[in-house]
Design a protein around this ligand. Structure first.
Ligand code: SF4
Length: 400
């Protein structure tokens, strides 16, 4: 993968990446979501691109410009009922309602923590569930919505509760953008605030259940909808996609979406990372860091975030902090230190506060910001995937 190879080598490398990308996309297609359709045959308009929406209008004998109107009502105004779209004539509203819906997920659970963190377990038409979390900023009236991209996950990162749940399927674009829209329903944040107006739900972090780059097409489609300036209009600078290091797709994500990048690093040697983040066996640290160097738009104003979960006696020594600094050299980077949030049966313990402080001091000393993420929402099962497990357990108990 190295870029330093000669012209022939670079071509071979590009071919290899492209073949690897095709393989990832083919595998992803095996876990495709069900069609975004109700049992009565009505189609959900959420999650369609502008072009697809226009094609749906043409298919029912309407002019393509209807798509622009609908886009405004669906994504700018947040309206889900065609009867509340006054720029569309009544007969047309009825025609739309016969054929389409503007969908939202069902809400299995909604919990708000004492610290303001709000967590939803959303349910889709096939009964599958995922978690979404709103994490308010402690000092400002804004916050990030953490959205999921898959039901379960294939990657089995050892510190992650979701990693214990097998991958069931990918989420569709409607389900990915739908999480953010439902969160905004919950806070009444419609219409979409215009440029410069403060937003309560100001950021998106694609960091929930699943590996987004293993469901790239749907994730990309959903993020394009979120960024569309006539709808939700969230700037790409307010969106962060977190990957465990699917190197070939990182390049594509950078070229096509160029949202902020976060990397789940968690270990600084291949030996340990192979164990904690097994994807490392496929894309080792050197290739991951090379992909970070290639990521477009990274600058001191727009740093790549490296997530580092602090596991007591496993990855939290001063020597590992120094190795982390060495790895980051030359990259506009910041480090998020995350005290491990234990879940029942987890094999790790949280690092001591002293170990976290010492680790952070070494990274800071080298010039990299390394905030320690405060544990949020501990009272509402905030470890990613816990709420879903609890819901499944309760349903099994009910059925027994
Ligand atoms: S950390 Fe992310 S990629 Fe790893 S198992 Fe958990 S959900 Fe999957």
């Amino acid at each position: 993968m190295s870029r330093e190879r000669g012209a022939g080598g670079a071509a071979v490398s590009a071919e290899l990446s492209s073949a690897e990308r095709d393989r990832i996309l083919a595998k992803s297609a095996l876990f495709a979501p069900p069609p975004a359709m109700l049992a009565d045959g009505r189609r959900d308009l959420v999650g369609l691109s502008r072009e697809e929406l226009a094609a749906e209008m043409v298919a029912i004998g309407e002019k393509p410009f209807r798509a622009k109107q609908l886009w405004h009502w669906i994504y700018h105004q947040g309206v889900t009922d065609f009867a509340r779209m006054p720029s569309i004539a009544k007969p047309m509203q009825a025609k739309l309602a016969e054929r389409f819906v503007v969908g939202r997920p069902g809400v299995t659970t909604e919990q708000t923590s004492t610290d303001g963190t709000r967590k939803w377990l959303f349910r889709w038409r096939d009964g599958q569930e995922v978690e979404t979390v709103y994490i308010p900023s402690p000092d400002e009236d804004r916050g990030a919505v953490c959205i999921s991209t898959q039901v379960g996950c294939t990657l089995s990162c050892r510190f992650c509760h979701t990693g214990t749940q097998k991958l069931v399927r990918n989420l569709g674009a409607a389900e990915i953008v739908g999480q953010f829209m439902a969160a905004r329903d919950s806070y009444g944040e419609w219409p979409s605030p215009k440029d410069g107006t403060a937003r309560h739900l100001s950021n998106i972090v694609v960091m929930g259940m699943g590996e987004p780059l293993y469901n790239y097409e749907n994730t990309a489609k959903a993020l394009r909808i979120v960024m569309d300036h006539e709808g939700i209009a969230l700037s790409r600078r307010r969106i962060t996609l977190s990957t465990s290091g699917v190197v070939p797709m990182m390049d594509r994500c950078g070229a096509e979406l160029n949202v902020n990048l976060a990397v789940s690093l968690h270990a600084v040697t291949n030996e340990l990372r192979n164990e904690i983040v097994p994807l490392n066996r496929k894309y080792p640290i050197e290739e991951l860091m090379a992909a970070c160097h290639r990521y477009p738009g990274a600058s001191n104003a727009r740093r790549i975030t490296f997530e580092y979960v602090m596991l007591r006696g496993v990855n939290d020594s001063p020597a590992e902090a120094r190795e982390l600094v060495r790895l980051l050299r030359g990259l506009p980077a910041k480090v998020n230190l995350i005290p491990f949030n234990p879940w029942p049966g987890s094999p790790y313990k949280t690092s001591t506060p002293e170990a976290v402080r010492a680790f952070a001091a070494i990274v800071e000393e080298a010039g990299y910001s390394s905030p320690v993420r405060r544990p949020r929402g501990r009272d509402i099962l905030a470890a990613c995937g816990q709420l879903k497990t609890e819901s499944e357990r309760a349903r099994k108990a009910d059925a027994a």
